[in-house]
Design a protein around this ligand. Structure first.
Ligand SMILES: Cc1ncc(COP(=O)(O)O)c(C=O)c1O
Length: 407
């Protein structure tokens, strides 16, 4: 039952009794957002450099997005994939126009998009090429989501603890090492699956030659190349898709996170050829391609284009990187800027800097941020931030690093 008069700590206490214990939420209840700011139940204002873990790309309450969602909700919320709906087709066309892909499958999250891609790749090999190629070459430190196949693809053992046996057929090699991928490929290999930049793994940007080399190796060996752009996609790195930095294209690509600006959605994009891996009944999602999510996604893509937000991300991302590097040189234990565009981070030595304490202190000071990998603080603001927001955020982060803010 909702109790209007409850304060924030009472709500937190209530939540702790009833939710499954798989999250570690910070003791704050957000009730409202505007642009790059969030407001909690006690009326406190925060600069949101988390953006719901790299999701809310247009910020909070963007009028064009909220109007489109409201209009769509009034006219049609859901019909399933037993029928067509125009919002889905419009969104699919917008995605295909803006990418390498010729076909799209909609789902509800990043993990599901990866699941769809891996299923498509295996089925394509077995039923179209008629070869028994089922293995995926993935990378150490990668993150691909929490379904069983996604944790099997993920190259970090703590996500797998207690869940074995995992899905068979996944091989892990060091990230950024094309020769290691080539050496791992055998005649049972179906696809290479990599993030163009490792996000959860610690904002690791490989050399530009890496993805190019993977394309060449996959072509030569008859293996598919799949990019997980769940975190890097939809403009976050200063290109609409991170693969554009490398000048090559994948065969399959999973996207989610920012795609619908905060409405749950995932999508698998692929070539005409690989799409032959699916046939009616091969894969499905009740909510996938839902009119509400698709209308939100087409609106996000249109706003990003009309407002020049990809170019803006590239510009302010450079400014953020400069400011983080300057901060890093002033604070002991910091190891420099990470990431690309607004998928940014500050490397820290975890023996010197307690990241959880810094995040708590930053929140007390009015800044939201996250962590990534074993040794980075992550800053993934909405694309609408300006230089002044960045300067304020970096100043608050520096104060938190230096011990200001109560924990
Ligand atoms: C690269 C990557 N892939 C997949 C996922 C999983 O996405 P979701 O949580 O929407 O399932 C994430 C989430 O952080 C991600 O960063």
């Amino acid at each position: 039952m909702i109790q209007i008069t409850e304060n924030q700590s009472e709500i937190v206490a209530r939540a702790r009794l009833i939710m499954t214990p798989n999250y570690r939420p910070q003791p704050v209840v957000f009730v409202h957002g505007e642009g790059p700011y969030l407001y909690d139940k006690d009326g406190k204002k925060y600069l949101d450099f988390s953006a719901g873990i790299a999701v809310s790309c247009l910020g909070h309450g963007h009028p064009v997005l909220t109007n489109a969602i409201a209009e769509q909700a009034k006219s049609l919320l859901h019909v399933s994939n037993l029928y067509f709906n125009q919002a889905q087709i419009d969104c699919a066309e917008a995605l295909l126009d803006a990418s390498f892909a010729k076909r799209v499958f909609f789902c509800n999250s990043g993990a599901e998009a990866n699941e769809a891609g891996m299923k498509m790749a295996r089925r394509y090999m077995r039923l179209v090429r008629k070869v028994d190629r089922f293995k995926f070459i993935c990378t150490i430190n990668s993150f691909h989501g929490r379904t069983w196949a996604a944790i099997s693809a993920t190259g970090q053992s703590h996500y797998q603890e207690g869940f074995g046996p995992l899905v068979p057929g996944f091989v892990h090699v060091p990230y950024g090492d094309a020769a290691a991928i080539e050496a791992a490929i055998d005649d049972e290999t179906c696809a290479v699956l990599v993030e163009p930049i490792q996000g959860e793994g610690g904002l690791i940007v490989p050399d530009v030659s890496y993805l190019k080399a993977l394309r060449e190796i996959c072509d030569r060996k008859g293996v598919l190349l799949m990019f997980d752009e769940v975190q890097t996609g939809v403009g976050r790195t200063g290109k609409l898709w991170a693969y554009e930095h490398s000048g090559i294209t994948p065969d399959l690509m999973s996207i989610a996170k920012g795609l619908a600006g905060g409405v749950p959605i995932g999508a698998l994009l692929c070539t005409e050829e690989v799409a032959k891996g699916f046939a009616p009944g091969a894969h499905a999602s009740t909510f996938g391609g839902n009119p509400l999510a698709c209308r939100a996604a087409s609106t996000v893509l249109r706003v990003i284009r009309q407002e020049g937000l990809v170019e803006h991300v590239a510009r302010v991302g450079l400014h953020l990187k400069e400011q983080i590097n300057a901060l890093s040189s002033r604070v002991p234990g910091c190891t420099g800027a990470r990431g690309l565009g607004l998928l940014a981070g500050l490397g820290v030595d975890p023996k010197i800097i307690d990241r959880t304490a810094v995040i708590d202190r930053a929140r007390e000071l009015g800044l939201l941020l996250t962590q990534a990998g074993p040794d980075a603080l992550r800053l993934t603001p909405p694309f609408i931030v300006g230089r002044h927001h960045i300067d304020v955020a970096v100043d608050l982060l520096e104060r938190a690093l230096k011990g200001e803010g109560q924990t």
